[in-house]
Design a binder for this molecule. Structure first.
Ligand code: DGL
Length: 267
Protein backbone atom coordinates (compact mmCIF):
# COMPACT_ATOMS: atom_id res chain seq x y z
CA UNK A 1 0.00 0.00 0.00
CA UNK A 2 2.83 2.42 0.76
CA UNK A 3 3.67 2.66 -2.96
CA UNK A 4 0.09 3.44 -3.95
CA UNK A 5 -0.66 6.98 -5.10
CA UNK A 6 -2.04 9.91 -3.13
CA UNK A 7 -5.51 10.71 -4.51
CA UNK A 8 -6.39 14.40 -4.75
CA UNK A 9 -9.62 15.91 -6.02
CA UNK A 10 -11.21 19.29 -6.56
CA UNK A 11 -14.09 20.76 -8.50
CA UNK A 12 -11.58 21.99 -11.07
CA UNK A 13 -7.99 23.10 -11.07
CA UNK A 14 -7.77 24.66 -7.60
CA UNK A 15 -6.58 21.41 -6.06
CA UNK A 16 -3.43 21.76 -8.13
CA UNK A 17 -2.22 24.24 -5.51
CA UNK A 18 -2.14 21.25 -3.14
CA UNK A 19 -0.49 19.07 -5.81
CA UNK A 20 2.27 21.64 -6.24
CA UNK A 21 3.01 21.55 -2.52
CA UNK A 22 2.83 17.73 -2.43
CA UNK A 23 5.34 17.51 -5.29
CA UNK A 24 7.70 19.83 -3.40
CA UNK A 25 7.29 18.05 -0.05
CA UNK A 26 7.05 14.45 -1.26
CA UNK A 27 8.86 14.25 -4.62
CA UNK A 28 8.83 10.44 -4.76
CA UNK A 29 5.08 10.03 -4.35
CA UNK A 30 2.75 9.27 -7.25
CA UNK A 31 -0.31 11.49 -7.37
CA UNK A 32 -3.64 10.82 -9.02
CA UNK A 33 -5.64 13.99 -9.48
CA UNK A 34 -9.27 14.33 -10.39
CA UNK A 35 -10.65 17.74 -11.37
CA UNK A 36 -14.39 17.84 -11.98
CA UNK A 37 -14.03 20.57 -14.59
CA UNK A 38 -17.35 19.74 -16.23
CA UNK A 39 -19.30 20.55 -13.05
CA UNK A 40 -17.36 23.46 -11.59
CA UNK A 41 -18.29 25.57 -9.66
CA UNK A 42 -19.26 23.57 -6.60
CA UNK A 43 -19.19 26.69 -4.45
CA UNK A 44 -22.51 28.07 -5.60
CA UNK A 45 -24.41 24.77 -5.20
CA UNK A 46 -26.41 23.36 -2.29
CA UNK A 47 -24.75 21.25 0.40
CA UNK A 48 -26.65 18.14 -0.83
CA UNK A 49 -25.36 18.55 -4.37
CA UNK A 50 -21.79 19.21 -3.25
CA UNK A 51 -21.92 16.12 -1.04
CA UNK A 52 -23.18 13.97 -3.91
CA UNK A 53 -20.46 15.24 -6.24
CA UNK A 54 -17.82 14.69 -3.56
CA UNK A 55 -18.89 11.07 -3.08
CA UNK A 56 -18.67 10.51 -6.84
CA UNK A 57 -15.21 12.10 -6.95
CA UNK A 58 -14.01 9.83 -4.15
CA UNK A 59 -15.53 6.79 -5.88
CA UNK A 60 -13.57 7.73 -9.01
CA UNK A 61 -10.29 7.96 -7.11
CA UNK A 62 -11.00 4.63 -5.45
CA UNK A 63 -10.96 2.96 -8.87
CA UNK A 64 -7.21 3.56 -8.73
CA UNK A 65 -4.76 2.29 -6.14
CA UNK A 66 -4.70 5.16 -3.64
CA UNK A 67 -3.47 5.15 -0.04
CA UNK A 68 -4.82 8.53 1.03
CA UNK A 69 -7.44 10.96 -0.24
CA UNK A 70 -7.20 14.74 -0.08
CA UNK A 71 -10.31 16.82 -0.74
CA UNK A 72 -8.33 19.78 -2.07
CA UNK A 73 -11.46 21.88 -2.28
CA UNK A 74 -12.57 24.31 0.42
CA UNK A 75 -16.19 23.83 -0.57
CA UNK A 76 -16.16 20.04 -0.26
CA UNK A 77 -14.14 20.19 2.96
CA UNK A 78 -16.63 22.65 4.44
CA UNK A 79 -19.72 20.68 3.46
CA UNK A 80 -18.27 17.36 4.63
CA UNK A 81 -17.37 18.95 7.98
CA UNK A 82 -16.94 16.31 10.65
CA UNK A 83 -19.21 13.71 8.98
CA UNK A 84 -17.57 10.33 8.45
CA UNK A 85 -16.67 10.52 4.79
CA UNK A 86 -13.60 8.41 4.01
CA UNK A 87 -12.85 6.16 6.94
CA UNK A 88 -10.81 3.25 5.58
CA UNK A 89 -7.70 5.23 4.67
CA UNK A 90 -6.17 8.55 5.71
CA UNK A 91 -8.27 11.48 4.53
CA UNK A 92 -8.04 15.22 4.88
CA UNK A 93 -9.85 18.27 3.65
CA UNK A 94 -8.31 21.74 3.68
CA UNK A 95 -10.27 23.46 6.45
CA UNK A 96 -8.69 22.04 9.61
CA UNK A 97 -5.05 22.29 8.41
CA UNK A 98 -5.58 25.88 7.23
CA UNK A 99 -7.37 26.92 10.42
CA UNK A 100 -4.65 25.41 12.57
CA UNK A 101 -1.95 27.25 10.62
CA UNK A 102 -3.86 30.55 10.91
CA UNK A 103 -4.22 30.10 14.67
CA UNK A 104 -0.46 29.63 14.96
CA UNK A 105 0.25 32.77 12.93
CA UNK A 106 -2.21 35.29 14.33
CA UNK A 107 -1.00 37.67 16.98
CA UNK A 108 -4.02 39.93 17.29
CA UNK A 109 -6.51 37.02 17.12
CA UNK A 110 -8.28 38.59 14.16
CA UNK A 111 -8.44 36.01 11.39
CA UNK A 112 -9.99 36.56 7.97
CA UNK A 113 -11.31 33.86 5.67
CA UNK A 114 -12.21 34.19 2.03
CA UNK A 115 -13.99 31.35 0.26
CA UNK A 116 -16.87 30.32 -1.94
CA UNK A 117 -20.49 31.07 -0.93
CA UNK A 118 -20.99 27.43 0.19
CA UNK A 119 -17.86 27.55 2.33
CA UNK A 120 -18.81 30.81 4.01
CA UNK A 121 -22.41 29.66 4.52
CA UNK A 122 -21.23 26.50 6.26
CA UNK A 123 -19.33 28.38 8.97
CA UNK A 124 -16.65 25.69 8.70
CA UNK A 125 -13.66 27.93 9.31
CA UNK A 126 -15.28 29.60 12.33
CA UNK A 127 -15.87 26.14 13.86
CA UNK A 128 -12.34 24.99 13.07
CA UNK A 129 -10.70 28.14 14.44
CA UNK A 130 -12.79 27.82 17.63
CA UNK A 131 -11.23 24.38 18.19
CA UNK A 132 -7.68 25.73 18.14
CA UNK A 133 -8.03 29.30 19.43
CA UNK A 134 -11.46 30.00 20.96
CA UNK A 135 -10.65 33.65 21.65
CA UNK A 136 -10.01 34.40 17.95
CA UNK A 137 -12.51 36.44 15.92
CA UNK A 138 -13.17 35.28 12.38
CA UNK A 139 -14.35 37.55 9.59
CA UNK A 140 -15.50 35.49 6.61
CA UNK A 141 -16.19 36.86 3.15
CA UNK A 142 -17.41 34.99 0.12
CA UNK A 143 -15.80 35.82 -3.21
CA UNK A 144 -17.97 34.10 -5.85
CA UNK A 145 -16.29 35.66 -8.89
CA UNK A 146 -12.74 34.67 -7.99
CA UNK A 147 -13.12 31.06 -9.17
CA UNK A 148 -14.35 32.16 -12.60
CA UNK A 149 -11.60 34.74 -12.97
CA UNK A 150 -8.95 32.19 -12.03
CA UNK A 151 -10.32 29.33 -14.16
CA UNK A 152 -10.40 31.72 -17.13
CA UNK A 153 -6.84 32.88 -16.64
CA UNK A 154 -7.51 36.43 -15.35
CA UNK A 155 -4.59 36.04 -12.98
CA UNK A 156 -2.03 38.63 -14.02
CA UNK A 157 -0.93 40.94 -11.21
CA UNK A 158 -1.99 43.97 -13.25
CA UNK A 159 -5.32 42.59 -14.44
CA UNK A 160 -7.70 45.52 -13.80
CA UNK A 161 -10.84 43.37 -13.60
CA UNK A 162 -9.50 40.95 -11.00
CA UNK A 163 -7.98 43.81 -9.01
CA UNK A 164 -11.25 45.75 -8.91
CA UNK A 165 -13.22 42.67 -7.83
CA UNK A 166 -10.59 41.82 -5.20
CA UNK A 167 -10.64 45.32 -3.74
CA UNK A 168 -14.40 45.09 -3.32
CA UNK A 169 -14.35 41.61 -1.74
CA UNK A 170 -11.42 42.28 0.58
CA UNK A 171 -12.75 45.53 2.05
CA UNK A 172 -14.62 43.86 4.99
CA UNK A 173 -11.61 41.77 6.04
CA UNK A 174 -9.35 44.82 5.77
CA UNK A 175 -11.75 46.81 7.90
CA UNK A 176 -11.79 44.05 10.53
CA UNK A 177 -8.02 44.52 10.96
CA UNK A 178 -7.10 40.88 10.40
CA UNK A 179 -3.40 40.00 10.64
CA UNK A 180 -3.94 36.57 9.04
CA UNK A 181 -6.06 35.74 6.02
CA UNK A 182 -6.98 32.18 5.06
CA UNK A 183 -7.33 31.64 1.33
CA UNK A 184 -10.15 29.21 2.06
CA UNK A 185 -10.65 28.17 -1.54
CA UNK A 186 -7.85 26.33 -3.32
CA UNK A 187 -8.20 28.52 -6.41
CA UNK A 188 -7.17 31.71 -4.64
CA UNK A 189 -3.39 31.21 -4.30
CA UNK A 190 -3.19 31.79 -8.05
CA UNK A 191 -4.10 35.45 -7.44
CA UNK A 192 -2.14 35.60 -4.20
CA UNK A 193 0.00 38.54 -5.39
CA UNK A 194 -3.06 40.70 -6.00
CA UNK A 195 -4.59 39.72 -2.64
CA UNK A 196 -1.28 40.36 -0.84
CA UNK A 197 -0.92 43.75 -2.50
CA UNK A 198 -4.39 44.82 -1.38
CA UNK A 199 -4.11 43.39 2.15
CA UNK A 200 -0.63 44.83 2.76
CA UNK A 201 2.60 43.21 3.82
CA UNK A 202 1.62 42.92 7.51
CA UNK A 203 -1.09 40.37 6.75
CA UNK A 204 -0.05 36.72 6.60
CA UNK A 205 -1.78 34.76 3.84
CA UNK A 206 -2.48 31.06 4.43
CA UNK A 207 -2.98 28.78 1.41
CA UNK A 208 -5.49 26.10 2.36
CA UNK A 209 -4.25 23.69 -0.34
CA UNK A 210 -0.63 23.99 0.75
CA UNK A 211 -1.56 23.47 4.42
CA UNK A 212 -3.54 20.34 3.49
CA UNK A 213 -0.48 19.00 1.68
CA UNK A 214 1.72 19.60 4.76
CA UNK A 215 -0.86 17.85 6.92
CA UNK A 216 -1.03 14.93 4.47
CA UNK A 217 2.72 14.47 4.75
CA UNK A 218 2.43 14.32 8.55
CA UNK A 219 -0.36 11.73 8.36
CA UNK A 220 1.58 9.52 5.93
CA UNK A 221 4.65 9.63 8.17
CA UNK A 222 2.57 8.79 11.26
CA UNK A 223 0.93 5.86 9.50
CA UNK A 224 4.20 4.66 8.00
CA UNK A 225 2.78 5.04 4.51
CA UNK A 226 5.47 7.05 2.73
CA UNK A 227 6.69 5.41 -0.46
CA UNK A 228 10.03 3.65 -0.42
CA UNK A 229 10.65 4.44 -4.11
CA UNK A 230 13.70 6.55 -4.80
CA UNK A 231 12.87 7.67 -8.35
CA UNK A 232 10.72 10.80 -8.89
CA UNK A 233 6.98 10.24 -8.51
CA UNK A 234 4.52 10.71 -11.36
CA UNK A 235 1.41 12.87 -11.53
CA UNK A 236 -1.57 11.55 -13.48
CA UNK A 237 -4.47 13.89 -14.08
CA UNK A 238 -8.09 13.12 -14.88
CA UNK A 239 -10.62 15.79 -15.74
CA UNK A 240 -14.30 15.55 -16.57
CA UNK A 241 -14.10 18.21 -19.34
CA UNK A 242 -11.61 19.24 -22.01
CA UNK A 243 -8.01 18.14 -21.40
CA UNK A 244 -6.75 20.96 -23.66
CA UNK A 245 -8.29 23.64 -21.46
CA UNK A 246 -6.85 21.95 -18.41
CA UNK A 247 -3.34 21.80 -19.82
CA UNK A 248 -3.56 25.41 -20.97
CA UNK A 249 -4.45 26.79 -17.53
CA UNK A 250 -2.89 24.31 -15.12
CA UNK A 251 0.48 26.03 -15.33
CA UNK A 252 -0.91 28.97 -13.32
CA UNK A 253 -1.55 26.62 -10.42
CA UNK A 254 1.55 24.44 -10.67
CA UNK A 255 3.96 27.28 -11.52
CA UNK A 256 5.25 25.11 -14.36
CA UNK A 257 3.84 23.26 -17.34
CA UNK A 258 1.94 20.06 -16.69
CA UNK A 259 4.28 17.08 -16.59
CA UNK A 260 2.39 13.80 -16.58
CA UNK A 261 -0.49 12.22 -18.41
CA UNK A 262 -3.85 13.99 -18.68
CA UNK A 263 -7.00 12.00 -19.42
CA UNK A 264 -10.60 12.93 -19.89
CA UNK A 265 -12.80 10.76 -17.79
CA UNK A 266 -16.50 10.36 -17.14
CA UNK A 267 -17.41 9.73 -13.54
N1 DGL B 1 -11.68 24.91 -5.40
C1 DGL B 1 -12.97 25.12 -4.83
C2 DGL B 1 -12.81 25.45 -3.36
O1 DGL B 1 -11.70 25.32 -2.84
C3 DGL B 1 -13.76 26.25 -5.42
C4 DGL B 1 -14.28 26.12 -6.78
C5 DGL B 1 -15.76 25.86 -6.85
O2 DGL B 1 -16.58 26.71 -6.50
O3 DGL B 1 -16.03 24.78 -7.28
O4 DGL B 1 -13.75 25.82 -2.72
Amino acid sequence: MRNDAIGVFDSGMGGLTAVKELNDLLPHENIIYFGDTARIPYGSRSAETVMRYAREDVAFLRKHAVKMIIAACGTVSSVVGSQPFVTDMPFTGVVLPAAEAACKWTKNHQIGVIGTPATVRSGSYEKAVAQYLPEAQVTAQSCPLFVHLVENGYTDFHNPVTRLVAEEYLEPVRRAGVDTLILGCTHYPVIRDIIADIMGSDVQLISSGAEAAKYAKKRLIEQDLLTDRTEPGENTYYVSDSTEMFVENAGHFLHRNVVGKVFRSRL
